[in-house]
Each structure stands twice: as C-alpha cells, then as structure tokens.
Design a protein around this ligand. Sequence first.
Ligand code: TNX
Length: 561
Amino acid sequence: MKIFKPFLAVFVCCLSAVAMNAGDIAAVGKTPVFRADYRVIPLPDAINGIKNTSFVLSQEKLINYPTGNRDMERNAMFLSQYIEDMTGMHLSIRPSRITKDRTDNITLLLDNEMQQEEGYRITVTSEGVEISGKTPEGVFQGIQVLRKSLPICKNVKVFLPTAQIEGHPRFGYRGMHLDCVRHFFSTEMVKRYIDIMALHGMNRLHWHLTDDQGWRIEIKKYPRLTEVGAWRNGTTLGHNSPVNDGIRYGGFYTQEEIRDIVKYAQDRYITIIPEIDMPGHMVAALTAYPELGCTGGPYEVWTKWGVTDDILCMGKDNTLRFIEEVLREVVDLFPGKYIHIGGDESPRVRWQTCPLCQQRIKDLGIKAEGNQSAEAKLQGVLTTHVQQYLSKFGKRIIGWDELLGCDVDNTATIMSWRGSEPGSKGALLGHDIIMTPVDPLYFDYYQTSKTWNEPQAFGGCNTLKKVYDFEPVAPELPADKRHHILGAQANVWTEYITCEPQVQYQVLPRMAALAEVLWLEPQDKDFKDFKARLQYLTEIYKLYNWTYRAKSLVEEDEEKE
Ligand code: TNX
C-alpha cells in the first residue's frame, strides 16, 4: 500500500529568478525558501509522518558515511554532486562512526535489519537526515530519491520536511537496452545513458555490440573483427530505400574503453549485459572472417536493415572455436552473471544446403521432430554448447525467445520480445524471463499515432500511457511460476536513431513510465498522478540538457486509446 500525504503546494509566483519546483515556496527574510517534495518517480512505497518541521539544507552541512567503506564513500560523493547540480550548494563528505556526528548533518548508513536488498529508508527530522539501506545499492536508490525531491534553484534555502520515506523495487531486473551497432555512440554518450538510467532507478544495461552492420567490441584474438567488421560502406537512407548515403561509417570500443564503461556503470549499481548475437546477425564478422560462413563469401558489412540468410556455419569446427575464443575475452570484460548470446532472426536456409552443416546433423544423429526441424535443433546444439562453455566461468546465458523452439534447457534466461506470450510459455517451462515485448517496450517505435512531426522511427505506436499500463506478469501465470519473471526491459534499436539527442528523445519520458512499472505494485500505479509528477522530473531532464518528448506530457487524446 502506498501511503502518502501530499504537501499543500503554496506557490509564490513572484520569485522569477528561480526554477520551477514541485514543493512549496515561501520566503524567509530575503532568501526564498524551497521545500523538497518526496513524491518523485518512481514513487516511494510510503511517505509517513510529514510534519511542519524541516531539516534545513545548507553548505555547512556534511555528508557522513561509514569509515572505510568505499562503496558508501562513493555514494556520499554522488549525493554531494547531485545536491550541487540541483542547488549549487557544495556539501563536503566525511568518514564517520560517531552517532553525534549525525546531528544536523546527512548520514548514509547500512542497516542489516532491513529486508530488501535494494530497499531504502530516508528519515528526515529537524536534527538530521539519514539515508539507510541493507546494501550500498539500496542507499544509492535512496540517494536518487532525495536528489529528485530537491528544488532546482541557486541561492535559496532548501527545507526538507520531516518525514520517513521508504521504497523498494518490485523487480530485480530493470533494464534498458542500447543498440550501438546500427548507429555507433561514443563512450561519453553511453555514460550519459547510464546516468539517465541511474536517475530512473534502472539497473541493467543490455549492450548490443555485434550485428550485420558492424562489430563494435575489440577482440584481441580476432583483430579483423574491428579492423574490417567495424566499418560499412555507407548506410541506406530511411527504411531500406535504394539510396545509400555512400559515407563510410563505423567505430568500435577498445577493451580499455569497455572496462572503463563497465566500472562507470558498476559505480552506479548498473550491471552491463553484453550481447554477442549468434548464429545470425553475424555479417560483420563474416566479412572479416568469411571462412566462418557456409558459402565462404565474400561478404560485405551490411549497409541496410533486416534479416539475412548469411549466418555462421555450424558444420565447421572453426566456428565453435571462434565463438569460444570471442566469448573468452567477453567473459573477462564483463563481471556480471549474464552474457546475452542473441539467437534471434536466424534463418537456417544456408544450413539446409550446406554439406558440412548436414554432415554435422548426421554425425550428431539429430532428427526433425514434429514441427521442429533438424536445423532448429542444430541451433539448440550450438546454444547448449555455448551455455556449457560459459558455465565454466560461472556465467549464464540470456537469449531471445526464438531459443524456446530450439531444445535449450531451462537454465537459459529468455527475453520475450515477440509479445509477452513466449515469456509466459517459457516461465511454465521453468525458464527465467525478462519481458521486452515489442508492444509496448520497443522504444525505437513511435510514441504517438500522429507521426508526421516525429523523428523517423521504426514504426508502431508505443505511447507513454501504454508503457505505463504494461504489466510484466501475465494474470494467467500460476502463482508458483511468477518468480520466473525477473523484470522487464525497453529496447532501443537504432536503425533510424542516428544521434544522442534522438536516443534521448525516444527514451524520455517513456523510461520514467517503465521505472514506475518496475518499482510499484500494479495497484499503486496511477497514470494521472504519474503525469503530474513527471512535470517536475522533466525539469531535471532540462537541468542536464537531456532531450525528451515534451508533447507526451500534454497529449490527453493518446491516453484514451
Ligand atoms: C527485431 S528484437 C530485432 C532487431 C531489430 C528490431 C527493430 C530482435 C531480437 N531483433 O534486430 O533491430 O527488431 O525493432
């Protein structure tokens, strides 16, 4: 149950020099006073004990963190930076063990008694502020809440009303995906994407690094992957028009850059899940190493979009060695538990006529069964091989829902993209599931049905309201299978998204709606109330110069769909 007691908003409109704020404004002497508003996005589970008293935030206050705890020290630095971004005040941080240090300061604490790993509790009294969590991750989430509740204004007094604020996420997997292949984005851009995720309480970045149009991750053992595979001879204009811009396009991340980004994300409690898509979406790799394909090529890094018949040859031992050696380097770069191995959109027509693939099918004694072809089973053999290989390093695989048709065992986590149904079916079979249905979680789709003034998108219409109304757990799923739904993720494919502002436009404010889906219980969601709170969140977007679709805040008619 969400219990919250909205503040009486008494706006004094004559304060022209200061930015908008969702809380009250008053004036004490000559200094305008702004009051924090804890009703942020995602909404806390409870805001209790609101009183007329407040903690007054000022430059002299300190941020205490437990001595010797590096994670909490970093948390303290983040909080200090966020307060400065919002209010211009610079608060120093200080290692501390003494309870009396807490008086009249902000204190970050670990509290073992708390139940939820990522839960937070913020206790504000006139004597001080405490942000507690069972883990540093929980404290970080509390910091995000406090940060979003602050006014954006310089040279004012900031009052934090006395209250106890608590929250925890409904789902452990709260994902955003980013395709850095179809269009390539700088390391700085990826870091800003991570910053946007952190503000929204998202914690998994699915990083799409390889595809037909480019190979974007340095692999030392196979240098041609990036020397050759990272570059394409132009890009089709629009939706696969016959016109190609003829401009050589590409780029890749060095292993050093990847390590740096992984650390940047880790510091913000975001785990990166790299995707090495196989056996399809591999033309960039085939261009570099044509011997890995059934026909032997030549191939050309794709300059258009879609699905190709040219995939990795499963009849050659070299292919399996290639996959293992690539993954060996990937494993070392990404400390998270999961590696995404794709598995989507992989036509098996080449395998049907390739003598080596057919020989492999024969050698393995694979037989078609029902509506499952021998070639589909061969993809299952590949997936199982990779699964077993990665398990030696303590890793588990995630794959697209096509894998459900390939005899893969249920230790594979499935991303349900062709609707939610494959996910529900997979959960019944005992697979863990991440919900990423095209409708409504493809953020490369339009956000309105009135597309004429919109930047070019893939198609579709996934409005803010549709995202907000999404429910990851199908009502018909039996109670004992529900725990298999780990969470949900929005996908951002970039065929038509060419630059950073366009990425931000596609994800904001829809990421805010998804955040509330993943943090709140369904009965606590309220779209109207969310939209009211969204007004203020967009002020924070503006503060950081992030592009967002402002129209989504005012379009009433789209909500009635
Ligand atoms: C399907 S989702 C794909 C991508 C495209 C996307 C465009 C999935 C597993 N494959 O290759 O970029 O549609 O929306």
